[in-house]
Write a protein that binds this ligand. Structure first.
Ligand SMILES: C[S@@+](CC[C@H](N)C(=O)[O-])C[C@H]1O[C@@H](n2cnc3c(N)ncnc32)[C@H](O)[C@@H]1O
Length: 314
């Protein structure tokens, strides 16, 4: 029985159970935008308990759902464009290798802390992934071990997509910069898909979530005022940025007051800083094939959006 006076997120990996809840709920609703038949099992009762204690996030479930929708879209498109290995750092309870129609030859590496991966393996032991899946138990904060892993992965494929979904918000800017540089150093690591929040959104999430974060759990930290351009000085450039808010509006998943906000936000004018904003960012490595020089990409960000302002999935 959970002590009601205790925060529910006692270990950073509890956030993986929390994230899985929104995939389970979406899967179970009529007209679901994706189906993750493993999410309910993986989230477990504890995931539901955490989600139930955070009404702000219940109200903004659309942000979690759109994050999954947009990550799925980017991943599918990147595989179509020749990615032959996905490295999912802080994979948590993500079940994409099982639920997505992926090429059998695709290599997929999941990295996370040992405890959550033990749990995941036990829960999925009777399931078969669609692609060649490998799991690595590693503390990504251990810079030496991280570098050793990344360099061992470089060379196993020709074009690697790194995915960090719901990770960087828990790191300091220095840690994110160091991670970016470690990734950029790997020759075959050409794309990086991640989500970021503005300082305004970080404050909003923190205010509505911190009561459930235990003292030992890393609090929310990374929210660069300059948005995706933060990564330019660490070797990565934004190719395309999509905002969960705009996507939710398009998919008619916003409450009325948010719909009005989404409608008046211009498609491409960035508004970050103190305004709540989140973006799902596809980055390209400077000098990687498909990019031009050091300042950007030759792939035209035709559907790029840098204007949406809210989204609340950490
Ligand atoms: C919000 S969850 C996101 C999980 C998954 N990517 C998703 O979107 O459902 C954050 C994940 O980061 C992992 N994580 C946090 N710090 C980590 C570290 N130092 N090393 C490895 N994994 C870490 C946690 O264990 C957890 O699974």
């Amino acid at each position: 029985m959970t002590d009601p006076t205790e925060p529910l997120i006692r270990h950073i990996s509890d956030t993986a159970r929390w994230a899985a809840v929104y995939r389970a709920r979406e899967t179970e609703r009529p007209g679901a935008l994706f189906h993750d038949p493993y999410a309910r099992r993986l989230a477990g009762e504890r995931g539901e308990e955490i989600a139930a204690a955070l009404p702000f996030h219940q109200k903004n479930e659309w942000a979690w759902v759109m994050r999954t929708v947009l990550f799925d879209q980017f991943i599918v498109e990147q595989i179509r464009q020749g990615v032959d290995m996905v490295v999912n750092l802080a994979a948590g309870l993500d079940a994409r290798p099982y639920r997505m129609a992926l090429p059998a030859s695709l290599r997929w590496i999941e990295v996370d802390l040992p405890e959550i991966l033990e749990y995941k393996e036990e829960m999925l032991k009777d399931e078969r992934p669609a692609c060649a899946l490998q799991r690595v138990r590693l503390d990504l904060a251990d810079a030496a071990a991280r570098r050793e892993l990344l360099s061992s992965l470089d060379g196993l494929a020709t074009k690697v997509l790194v995915v960090t979904e719901g990770l960087v918000i828990y790191l300091t800017a220095e840690q994110v910069g160091a991670l970016a540089e470690d990734l950029a150093r790997q020759r075959t690591f050409q794309r990086w898909l991640l989500d970021i929040a503005s300082p305004g959104l970080l404050r909003m999430i923190e205010k509505n979530t911190s009561s459930q974060f235990g003292a030992d759990v890393t609090t929310l930290k990374f929210a660069p005022a300059e948005g995706p351009d933060f990564f330019a000085r660490h070797g990565w450039y934004p190719l395309e940025v999509r905002t969960p808010l705009k996507e939710a509006a398009r998919r008619k998943r916003l409450p009325l007051h948010m719909r009005l906000m989404a409608a008046v936000i211009p498609e491409t004018a960035p508004r970050r800083g103190s305004r709540p904003w989140s973006g799902i960012c596809l980055l390209a490595k400077a000098g990687a094939p498909g990019t031009v020089g050091t300042s950007g990409a030759e792939e035209t960000p035709g559907t790029a959006e840098t204007a949406g302002r809210t989204g609340s999935a950490p």
